[in-house]
Design a binder for this molecule. Structure first.
Ligand code: MG
Length: 94
């Protein structure tokens, strides 16, 4: 699923949900998910790889970021494309 397609899917899913989180809860959720990823990486670095599901934690962050993007009407596909162009100019040797 492409980023734009994922954003549309999440937007549609939330529009059909009876409970929409407030913007502050959405932000808190995003921060919480980032913390969970940090904890997972810390466990991996301490040799406890079997206790973590890194793919799940990154998926949680992506969903949460998509949710924030919808809230603030940000097109994440455009955002990512802009960032890629910026990285190419700054860091990629041609
Ligand atoms: Mg998580």
């Amino acid at each position: 699923m492409e980023i734009r397609e994922a954003q549309k899917w999440v937007k549609d899913a939330w529009s059909r949900s009876p409970k929409r989180m407030s913007q502050l809860v959405e932000l808190a959720t995003f921060i919480e998910e980032c913390g969970e990823l940090g904890e997972a990486i810390r466990k991996i670095e301490h040799g406890k790889d079997k206790e973590v599901d890194l793919e799940k934690e990154m998926g949680d962050i992506l969903l949460s970021l998509l949710t924030l993007a919808i809230r603030y009407d940000v097109d994440l596909q455009n955002a990512f494309d802009r960032t890629v162009e910026s990285v190419k100019k700054k860091y990629i040797v041609r």
